[in-house]
Design a protein around this ligand. Structure first.
Ligand code: PMP
Length: 399
């Protein structure tokens, strides 16, 4: 058996990371990393999360028992409320339900498995998108197609391309939408564009499958980052949304997430919740406890929730500041081209518009590591390396 198994293709991000790791240069820069770093380039444990962890581990009643099927209910309830808003009509009417999942990836997989069982239609993913979307959907057995997203010429959203593809797609198709801070481009539709997208999807009876991996991390405002999902709920859509607490709580390795389902009737939601829990049972049996307990304490302890809002602002404003500084240096250097997109984009990632040759030159000449599609993680920039990065961009663009 094993003899016939071929090598799996290398993951584009992890293979660049491997090159970074073996580079012995003292001043190398890693812009591939999809995790927040502080101004010293170090991982950051959110102070609110640290306090919640202390509360958790000092509780004499704490144990390592299995969670119930469907996960830690108080966490799930808080996660659904965080996504849809305190006053959500769907929550009030009992039409919104959640099941705990293995971070955003696990939630996407649960959603994909659910759709394969009950609504086997083609899933349209954005081009480009987070590479794992393709694998998750196809491994779950769904057909995929794509919708254009990035206008490379203008370095902005290909809004016309999105709308045209939605109009041309067979009625009732599934569209996987990034709720905010699109990965890899950092470009989101504006509110008017979201409205148009929703209208076209309604006309065509398309099904929205949202991926919400950066709520609060993108703008520092949890409500603003949930705008699109809430708009669709208000417009009467039924939908699925995956939620990750990797970025906004910094719980990356704890695999803390949730999948939320909004249906048009409470009885449908309750039935669907049992199906999601059943699917989860067959994949992971039981959701991981530690991260969910921590998130539960942060989300359900008012003082810690307040502190968390501040922590979100710390992370998002540092990233926004790096965008501003990078942009400013490029303008000062008069680097050929327009760089406004750097400040117009949002979230962890930025599509710089640099081509493969320029990206390779950044790696070989300047020891600056990024994926060859020109995507950089803004979190890898800090007050010590941003100027040198701008100068390196200037060099590769001119040569
Ligand atoms: N969706 C998107 C768009 C992402 O960028 C990520 C993280 N890179 C995820 C989902 C899932 O992350 P996780 O499984 O770590 O929550």
């Amino acid at each position: 058996l094993f003899k016939a198994v071929p090598q799996a293709p290398a993951d584009a991000i992890f293979s660049i990371l491997a090159k970074y790791n073996v580079d012995k240069y003292y001043n190398k820069t890693n812009l591939t990393v999809g995790a927040y770093r502080d101004d010293n380039g170090k991982p950051w444990v959110l102070p609110s999360v640290k306090k919640a962890t202390e509360i958790l581990i000092s509780n004499p009643e704490a144990n390592h028992e299995y969670l119930p099927m469907g996960g830690l209910q108080t966490f799930v309830t808080a996660a659904v409320k965080l996504l849809l808003g305190e006053d959500s009509i769907a929550i009030k009417e009992g039409r919104a339900v959640g099941v705990q999942a293995l971070s955003g990836t696990g939630a996407l997989r649960l959603g994909a498995e659910f759709l394969k069982k009950f609504y086997k239609r083609t899933v349209y993913i954005s081009d480009p998108t987070w590479a794992n979307h393709r694998s998750i959907m196809t491994d779950a057995g769904l057909q995929i197609a794509s919708y254009p997203y990035w206008n490379a010429q203008e370095k902005c959203l290909d809004f016309e391309g999105i709308i045209n593809t939605m109009k041309e797609a067979p009625n009732g198709s599934i569209f996987l939408l990034h709720a905010c801070a699109h990965n890899p481009t950092g470009v989101d539709p504006n509110p008017a564009q979201w409205m148009k997208i929703a209208e076209v999807m309604k006309e065509k009876d398309h099904f929205p499958f949202f991926d919400c991996a950066y709520q609060g991390f993108a703008s520092g405002d949890l409500d603003k980052d949930a705008y699109a999902v809430r708009l669709f709920v208000d417009m009467g859509f039924e939908l699925i949304c995956s939620q990750s607490f990797a970025k906004n709580l910094g719980l990356y390795g704890q695999r803390t997430g949730c999948i939320t389902l909004v249906t048009s009737k409470k009885e449908y939601s309750l039935r669907c919740q049992t199906q999601l829990a059943k699917i989860s049972r067959a994949i992971v049996s039981n959701a991981p406890r530690f991260g969910a307990e921590i998130a539960n304490i942060v989300l359900n302890t008012p003082e810690l929730t307040e502190e968390w809002y501040d922590n979100l602002k710390t992370m998002s404003s540092r990233i926004i500041e790096m965008r501003k500084q990078l942009h400013q240096y490029l303008v000062e250097l008069k680097t050929p081209g327009s760089w406004d997109h750097i400040v117009d984009q949002i979230g962890m990632f930025s599509y710089t518009g640099l081509n493969v040759k320029q990206c390779r030159a950044l790696m070989s000449k300047f020891h600056i590591y990024l994926t060859e599609n020109g995507r950089i993680s803004m979190a890898g920039l800090n007050s010590k390396n941003v100027k040198a990065f701008a100068e390196a961009i200037d060099y590769v663009v001119r040569n």
